[in-house]
Ligand binder design. Sequence first.
Ligand SMILES: [Mg+2]
Length: 202
Amino acid sequence: MLDADFFRRWMTTAAASVEREAERLTALDSAIGDADHGSNLQRGFRAVTAALEKEAPGTPGAVLTLAGRQLISTVGGASGPLYGTLLRRTGKALGDTAEVGAEQLAAALREGVDGVMKLGGAAPGDKTMIDALLPAADALASGFAAARAAAEEGAEATTPLQARKGRASYLGERSIGHQDPGATSSALLIAALADTAEADGE
Ligand SMILES: [Mg+2]
């Protein structure tokens, strides 16, 4: 079972991953966006880490809800509301139980991804974070490693796509040939979840 501490470690592991990969995310965003995705997420996840230390939420749902709120208020552009919605909706779906199972998390994450699709109006294949998140949410029922692999595959599969949503869509065909920064950071978030689970022997 996964408790609040597990979810706190997921978020701090994600924050560390964003610190490590910020330059790569910004480089991807400079190719088809406005070169701020790494620095934006860095600011957001630093705020998440600080808030989790200060407030120490006691349930999995409360951890994700707090993290989502921080991302909405500190990450600019479209990414903040989208990532914030993902975590808040997932957190809300987990309710206020002290521990959740992997299947419950899979179902909640799927609700979070649905919330992102609704907010951004993006569908699979539009070259967005959905291309990593949706396969990951679907694969999570088969395990954390499967979710990680599905997210990474989904992110890599955005390279040949033409963007149909977000700033990259303004580039039209010139968006082809670049991996989507949002799908890439989404895969980092899922990899952080798998890392946290593996460290726990889940
Ligand atoms: Mg950007």
